[in-house]
Design a protein around this ligand. Structure first.
Ligand SMILES: [Zn+2]
Length: 386
């Protein structure tokens, strides 16, 4: 609650910055230079012919792109404001896309990109890149972000022309990045790392059940215990969300309470990594393979997912179904890099047998642990949080 309130204050202070001052401060916090030279004066934009042109069925254009970033000295939260000037009235639509990489897509209706440059590189703190392209009579603005943007983290709105103050029609995109709850400075190796393993389901929740009546909760725990043993051998500190056939929150709990209890184990320990182990299930019994899911809420989730999948899939020898973004509770609500692995399909009779086979379980566990080791090496080279 506190963080949201402070975020709002930052937003208000930015709103008060006059447009001209804003353009002047734009160059310093980001690598890129303003796209359109200030020579395109607001005077021209405010000319009385411009709005008349635009009202003639979407003949408007974007005329300038400016931006400013701000770091709150007290909270450390940062924000980025993008402002697009338009020659006439426009409306906006926006949506967040998670896959294959997070991005905020804004459609400006009633204006083409005009002479705006089609791609601007940013410093990667809030945005990596802003791409501007024509979409019929509209403009599509794609803001590539290093982290997943939540609904509450951004605002897209339009401002009307203000001739008295030489202000044109504008589209404003505000993106706020909350203070990260954890700072990561990874070192190579598994020694002394705290890793939380969450064997999916358990107790009153069997998870998926195979054609031969194997329960997902049983094989998830068996694989998790093998991962734990390997990690401990390598010097890691391992915490399991459950060590037996039990619920974590309590018997017959709601799905959210149960999942929250699992994420809380990781968050309370401030673990370096969180791994949730599951087996997949599908109506068609011939479907099979190994997959990893992540939610990019730190700079490391996708990196961790790729490292684990690259080792776990070949170790198990099943179809490599790759890594995908997903907003599953335990990978989204944990504060550290987290993945959810689907080791095999329990609904596939051949893979159900493998899931019960200690040799297969061990191979999968080795692949996961190798993936974690590779991840720490890679994350350490990256040099902490950017
Ligand atoms: Zn499951």
């Amino acid at each position: 609650m506190l963080r949201r309130a402070l975020g709002f204050l930052v937003l208000v202070s930015l709103l008060l910055i006059p447009a001209i001052g804003f353009a002047a401060t734009a160059a310093s916090p980001v690598k890129a230079k303003p796209v359109v030279k200030p020579a395109v004066t607001p005077k021209v934009l405010a000319a009385s012919t411009a709005p008349a042109k635009a009202t003639a069925a979407g003949a408007g254009q974007l005329t300038q792109f400016r931006w400013a970033s701000h770091i709150d000295a007290i909270t450390g939260a940062s924000s980025l404001r993008l402002v697009f000037d338009a020659s006439g009235p426009v409306s906006v639509d926006s949506s967040v896309i998670a896959t294959p990489t997070p991005r905020l897509v804004v459609t400006v209706k009633g204006a083409t990109p005009g002479q705006l440059k089609n791609s601007v590189a940013f410093d990667g703190k809030i945005a990596d890149n802003v791409n501007i392209s024509a979409d019929g009579q509209n403009t599509r603005i794609t803001i590539e972000t290093p982290l997943m943007v939540e609904d509450g983290d951004y605002k897209v709105f339009t401002l009307r022309q203000d001739p008295a103050n030489n202000k044109p029609f504008r589209v404003v995109v505000d993106i706020n990045k909350p203070v990260p709850p954890m700072v990561f400075n990874y070192t190579p190796g598994l020694q002394n790392k705290t890793i939380v393993i969450d064997p999916g389901h358990g107790g009153t929740d069997p998870g998926a059940v195979g054609p031969g009546k194997t329960t997902e909760k049983a094989v998830n725990l068996a694989i998790s215990l093998k991962v734990k043993a390997l990690l401990e051998k390598a010097g890691a500190k391992v915490v399991l969300t459950r060590t037996g056939d039990s619920d974590v929150y309590g018997p017959n709990a709601s799905a959210v309470n149960e999942l929250k209890a699992r994420a809380t184990v990781g968050n309370a320990r401030k673990a370096d990594l969180f791994l949730s182990v599951h087996a997949n299930s599908f109506g068609n019994p011939t479907v099979g393979g190994t997959a990893t899911y992540y939610y990019q809420k730190t700079p490391y989730d996708a990196m961790l997912a790729r490292a684990i999948q690259a080792n776990m899939a070949p170790a198990g020898g099943l179809q490599d179904r790759g890594v995908s973004a997903a907003n599953f509770y335990v990978i989204k609500q944990t504060i550290m890099p987290a993945v959810l692995v689907e080791t095999a399909f329990i609904s596939n009779p051949d893979e159900e047998k493998l899931l019960n086979d200690p040799v297969f379980q061990q191979k999968i566990a080795q692949g996961i642990v190798q993936g974690m080791e590779n991840f720490f090496a890679q994350a350490a080279r990256k040099g902490g949080e950017r």
